[in-house]
Design a binder for this molecule. Structure first.
Ligand SMILES: [Cu+2]
Length: 177
């Protein structure tokens, strides 16, 4: 039984297949999702790829989830050599392109987690798109800490998190309000 559970966890954590479709609305297809929160953290991050198969630009305007009090759209900006997360109003989805919400770049930020994240069920998220409307996805929960302070640190390297991931919840938010 334990071996089965482990096998499941490995399957979820492994890099997604070329096209791991989470959902679609209109011309927008969501693939390759991951949600990540450090144990005990009050915030978590969500990553996925949004592909615009249409001929017109769309925009990701907002996101909501029962797993958090609110979901913000974040990006990273370099300030004095330090990558800080800042909230953005929307994320552009140019026609014919795939936009990756990924560690160290644009991402979904889950603020005020309402419960412990369950790897078995995943995190339901509704993405609000300007043209395509609501797009519902479930992000698989990945083990390990939420993103730290802005630099990517290749996953699947055996838990060698040698930098600042040891204070979950301290994300250095650069919001001015
Ligand atoms: Cu963030």
């Amino acid at each position: 039984m334990k071996a089965l559970v482990l096998a499941f966890a490995v399957a979820v954590a492994a890099p997604a297949a070329a096209e791991d479709v989470l959902g679609a609305a209109g011309d927008i297809v969501a693939t390759d999702g991951t949600a990540r929160a450090a144990p005990g953290a009050r915030s978590g991050a969500g990553y996925l790829v949004l592909t615009n198969r249409g001929a017109a630009e769309d925009r990701l305007l907002a996101a909501e989830s029962p797993a958090a009090q609110r979901v913000e759209l974040h990006t990273h900006r370099l300030e004095d050599g330090i990558a800080r997360m800042v909230e953005v109003e929307d994320i552009a989805l140019p026609p014919g392109e795939s936009v990756a919400l990924a560690q160290g770049g644009d991402h979904l930020m889950f603020m005020g987690l309402t419960e412990a994240w369950d790897p078995e069920t995943g995190i339901p998220v509704r993405l609000i798109l300007d043209r395509a409307g609501p797009l519902d996805v479930v992000l698989p929960v990945a083990a390990g800490p939420a993103h730290g302070h802005g630099h990517s640190h290749g996953h699947g390297h055996g838990g060698d998190h040698s930098h600042h991931d040891d204070h979950p919840g301290d994300h250095g938010h650069g919001r001015g309000h």
